[in-house]
Design a protein. Structure first.
Length: 764
């Protein structure tokens, strides 16, 4: 895939400003250069001299702080352990709030456009879509920050430093935070995170819109029930081929921040793990930004991990390992408040404190805090002109549509012409539920423009009946009579089932993959009362579900995986069902759906070779990674590989023709996989190395080109290396040789790598 920074160019800086309304030049920046006591101007410090290099300005500022002032800046909220970094009035430095969430919109505090949850966005298999969503999020975050700072609001979620995106690998179907990830594949995740980081931060030559923070570093993929004390036992093979690649792409994309995780990795807590935070992140990858601890990750080290004796030792070890910012919590003593004791005890030096403080202030400089506001175009963004503007509302709808994965469509039941439907029944616990359709890290209030499935469909036909059957997705109190009344006599039935945050969320793993409570019985009853009329199943969830009955039963005519579409749920569902322009579903599952939990290792087993994800899966899954149907059909032809033989460290290029052989326009997700034929070490079953979502008109065709980079061919032998051998290549709209075959075909080719084995580090 092309580098997003080259692909989008200057588009980023102007997109939302030009689309969503140029503002009038009023500034939300409040000058901090007036002495609070005398009212006069402070000394013209060099750190405010915009003609000086960034590094000199940062060094000048830090050099003017006392040791106590420096320590307070390293502890989020200073002595108060939460809230913003404290001001330094004598230098005219204001507070800075480090804690905001921008995963799928600026939704953590107050009105904002609420885009689909991350796992759904990954199902779109589109770097362009991730870019647009992150770009819109950046402008809304900045506009809200401008308004907040103008009104002296610095509480949580009011700033422009984001703890997003989540790029952990979706390794186990039961993990409660699967919904926040980009799925189970390290390559897909890495490509999406690059687009997110670049779009959120922007490509202005001087300023960033907001700063990204990739999390959670590292090997944090469940269990969440025991995350405060869990020790992930990870081999270097899995560390460098599965758990770390996306974080490396985050660093390469220029993220200003990385968050270290709660868990230990091979016996050492992540936030005190020098190998992770310094040796790999900084020394090997060249990361220049700041590392922030997950909330309470340092405070739990002496208690849950038994890694240190007290907070002084914890502070010293974490700072030495490479953690810059301690993210504590209300009513909990902040570990970095003990740094003074660590200095006195000669466990750390003042110079190390200055070194760790440097990237924090560097980030604030690049956000524009210490420059005149008129220099920074982003200070002009206004809430009324940007947040929830019409263009962002429509983007939310388009984004939701692109996340939908069509899993079943017998006899082309979909799309439907509602003109032929007299009575439509919309049933299930998600039918008229607006609280459970956003997943976690959801809006703190239901967005003003929210539509659930019933609200989106109620005007589609003359008669629409509603029957939830269950008050909540847990569905332990099922009322069959509601389903009977709604479905009996209907011409078309939409059943809305799934999980929601009551079943899967941060801190709460699922216990099984079956539909919660009595939901399966609700579906069976809907089919029975429908008496042969079309029944469509919409699923709102993140972790895989056992829908084997629905897949095999002819009474369920179509199934669509919708994930958590949030505010656009109702409108996007409506457009998808009728195939409105651009609404033909084209998403693909970003994770394997196993037929049973017997097919996957235990949730605390981090050895990928034991069967985690499609790359190592054993047996036949219920639904494979990369699967998804369309209302139309596609065909692949003319696969051409540029070179039959390449040398180690060289890239390979291939070309393919994709044709829309059906009668409807649609999006096709082309997937490129490789397989190592004769590697000297164990390798994945398959590895995704390229993808492209392409809109193709009915009976039209496109020619696509993919580059398989050398890094994608690496295997692990004490380090990542490229070794000679044969690489098989598969190109199509799905994995090769999968049981659930689509109408499209998969082409196969191969090429050889020649020469001697070379460390990947020598190729880059």
């Amino acid at each position: 895939m092309a580098d997003p920074s080259r692909r989008f160019g200057t588009f980023l800086v102007i997109t939302v400003i030009s689309i969503c309304c140029l503002v009038d030049g009023s500034s939300a920046w409040k000058s901090a250069t007036k002495d609070s006591q005398s009212g006069g101007m402070l000394k013209d410090f060099p750190f405010r001299n915009t003609s000086l290099p960034w590094e000199k300005r940062v060094d000048d500022l830090i050099g003017r702080l006392s040791l106590d002032e420096m320590i307070l800046q390293l502890a989020r909220g200073g002595a108060r352990s939460n809230g913003p970094a404290p001001p330094v009035p004598e230098l005219g430095i204001g507070p800075h709030q480090w804690n905001n969430e921008c995963l799928r919109g600026a939704v953590a505090a107050g009105n904002a456009t609420s885009f689909p949850e991350a796992l759904g966005l990954s199902a779109a298999f589109s770097t362009d879509l991730i870019f647009k969503v992150a770009n819109a999020t950046a402008y809304e975050v900045r506009a809200k920050f401008n308004n907040n700072s103008k009104n002296n609001r610095y509480s949580d979620h009011t700033g422009i430093s984001c703890f997003s995106p989540v790029i952990n690998i979706m390794r186990h179907p039961l993990w409660g935070r699967n919904q926040e990830t980009y799925g189970e594949d390290p390559y897909l995740t890495g490509e999406l995170v690059k687009s997110f980081v670049i779009a959120l931060q922007g490509n202005h030559p001087r300023y960033i819109i907001a700063n990204a923070g990739c999390k959670h570093f590292a090997a944090y993929c469940g269990p969440d029930d025991t995350r405060f004390q869990f020790d992930a036992k990870v081999t270097d093979v899995d560390l460098f081929q599965t758990y770390l690649p996306a974080f490396k792409e985050c660093v390469k994309a220029g993220s200003y921040s990385v968050m270290c995780s709660y868990n230990s990795v091979n016996g050492i807590p992540a936030c005190a793990n020098k190998r992770l935070l310094t040796d790999i992140l900084r020394d090997d990858w060249g990361f220049k930004g700041y590392v922030v601890s997950d909330e309470l990750a340092m405070e739990i080290m002496p208690v849950s991990h038994n890694f240190t004796k007290n907070y002084t030792e914890t502070a010293a070890k974490s700072l030495t390992a490479g953690c810059n910012l301690d993210l504590a919590r209300n009513n909990v003593a902040t570990v970095y408040n003990y740094l003074n004791d660590a200095v006195t005890s000669k466990m750390i030096t003042v110079d190390l404190i200055k070194k760790r403080l440097h990237p924090l202030f560097y980030t604030r400089f690049r956000l524009g805090e210490f420059d005149p506001p008129e220099m920074n175009p982003f200070t002009m963004l206004e809430v009324d002109r940007v947040v929830e503007c019409p263009e962002h509302q429509e983007l939310a709808v388009q984004a939701a549509i692109k996340t939908f994965v069509l899993l079943k469509n017998e006899e082309n039941t979909l799309p439907v012409d509602f003109k032929s439907v007299n009575t439509l029944a919309v049933v299930g616990p998600f039918a008229n539920n607006s609280d459970e359709l956003s997943g976690d890290y959801a809006p703190d209030t239901v967005p003003r423009f929210f539509k659930n499935p019933f609200q989106g469909l109620k005007d589609s036909v003359k008669n629409v009946t509603l029957g939830q059957g269950c008050d909540t997705p847990i569905c332990d109190k099922y009322q069959q009579s509601q389903i009977a009344m709604a479905v009996t006599g209907a011409d078309f039935v939409v059943v809305c089932l799934g999980t929601g945050v009551g079943v899967e969320t941060e801190g709460q793993d699922r216990k099984k993959i079956s539909l919660p409570g009595k939901q399966l019985q609700l579906l069976k009853d809907a089919v029975m009362f429908a008496s042969g009329k079309p029944v469509i199943l919409l699923l709102f969830n993140a972790g895989p579900l056992d829908i084997s009955w629905a897949l095999s039963n002819s009474g369920v005519n179509a199934i669509v995986e919708c994930f958590y579409p949030s505010q656009a749920t109702g409108e996007s569902v409506r457009r998808m069902l009728i195939n409105a322009p651009g609404a033909n579903p084209g998403g693909r599952l970003p994770a394997t759906w196993p037929a049973s939990l017997d097919q996957v290792p235990a949730i605390d087993d981090y050895d990928m070779s034991h069967g985690s994800t499609y790359r190592y899966f054993k047996g036949e899954p219920l639904i494979p990674f990369g699967y998804g149907m369309s209302y139309t059909t596609f065909s692949y032809s003319n696969l051409k590989i540029d070179s039959s033989s390449i040398k180690t460290c060289q890239n390979e290029t291939l070309h393919v023709t994709v044709s829309n052989t059906g009668a409807l326009d649609g999006d096709e997700v082309t997937q490129v996989y490789i397989k190592w034929v004769n590697a000297s070490v164990p390798t994945p079953n398959l590895q995704l190395v390229g993808f492209s979502r392409t809109e193709i008109k009915a009976k039209g065709m496109v020619s696509l080109t993919f580059t398989i980079e050398a890094r994608m061919m690496a295997v692990y032998k004490d380090q990542l290396v490229i070794e000679p051998g044969t690489i098989e290549v598969y190109v199509g709209g799905q994995q090769p040789n999968q049981k659930m075959s689509l109408s499209s075909n998969v082409l196969q080719g191969s090429f050889k790598i020649t020469g001697s084995t070379v460390p990947l580090s020598k190729c880059q």
